[in-house]
Design a protein around this ligand. Structure first.
Ligand SMILES: Nc1nc2c(ncn2[C@@H]2O[C@H](COP(=O)(O)OP(=O)(O)OP(=O)(O)O)[C@@H](O)[C@H]2O)c(=O)[nH]1
Ligand SMILES: [Mg+2]
Length: 223
């Protein structure tokens, strides 16, 4: 037996806060990802508080694996006092909206008064909730960071339910423009068709791995 096949993988663990309005498909996303597309929940079952799903992603051309602990957070504002302590220590977030629900799009981001409203209006979108998922989760993680590292929380913006083309109200350009303004990468997916589900997580795992390698190099330089 080749010695290489006996090598034990290095496992990096990361907590991922999965956030967004109720019914946008966060639980479906986590379940589909963790089951490689075999566990799509057809019927809606509201998440009470949070659920945890695990996905291990191998980093190509390395012996490393990122184990992602997906914190599937309820989209009901009512649960945020329970969610806040759970979000602490997250290495990254995934913000999800439903392309057929404009209010779910408006509520993923910080509502920056008239600038944000005119941004929405330029896409003929007028509905938004006052709750701001990305702003909220990043603040909670930052406040909970005892080392005050000033590190930017990694994240992606996911437009879900792309299979419902005829009912779509949030155009791709609105999503990608918004993501660009927020310094995030934009992805589209359909949990139902299991298309585009893995890509955002491959991206996050790879970025996380890069950060780890940079840190290892720095430690190496000091040694
Ligand atoms: N057509 C379509 N329906 C989807 C998709 N993803 C999820 N759904 C449906 O949307 C509904 C809500 O999905 P959930 O994953 O439970 O939503 P959630 O964001 O976890 O909702 P909360 O737990 O209330 O926060 C369910 O009926 C799913 O079957 C998708 O990609 N396409
Ligand atoms: Mg859920």
């Amino acid at each position: 037996m080749e010695l290489k096949s006996l090598e034990i993988p290095n496992i990096l663990r990361a907590k991922v806060a999965v956030v967004g309005e109720s019914k946008v498909g966060k639980t479906a996303l986590c379940q589909q990802l963790a089951s490689d597309g075999t566990n799509y929940p057809k019927n809606y079952l509201m998440t009470h508080g949070a659920g945890v799903h695990v996905k291990a992603i191998n980093i190509p051309d390395t012996n490393d694996c990122v184990e992602m602990y997906l914190l599937d957070s309820s989209g009901k504002e009512l649960y945020t006092p329970i969610l806040e302590p759970l979000w602490k220590g997250s290495a990254m977030f995934v913000a999800v909206y439903n392309v057929c629900d404009e209010a779910s799009f408006g509520s993923v981001v910080k509502v920056r008064g008239s600038i944000f409203i005119s941004f929405l209006e330029s896409y003929s979108l007028t509905r938004y909730d006052t709750f701001q998922w990305i702003e909220h989760v990043t603040r909670v993680v930052k406040d909970g960071d005892e080392k005050k590292t000033d590190r930017k929380l990694m994240g992606v913006l996911i437009a879900n339910k792309s299979d419902l083309g005829d009912r779509r109200v949030v155009p791709p350009k609105a999503g990608s423009d918004l993501a660009q303004q927020l310094g995030l990468l934009y992805f589209e997916c359909s949990n139902k068709d299991y298309s585009g589900v893995e890509e955002p997580f491959f991206y996050l795992a790879s970025e996380y791995h890069k950060q780890f390698e940079e840190k290892s190099d720095q430690i190496g330089n000091f040694a």
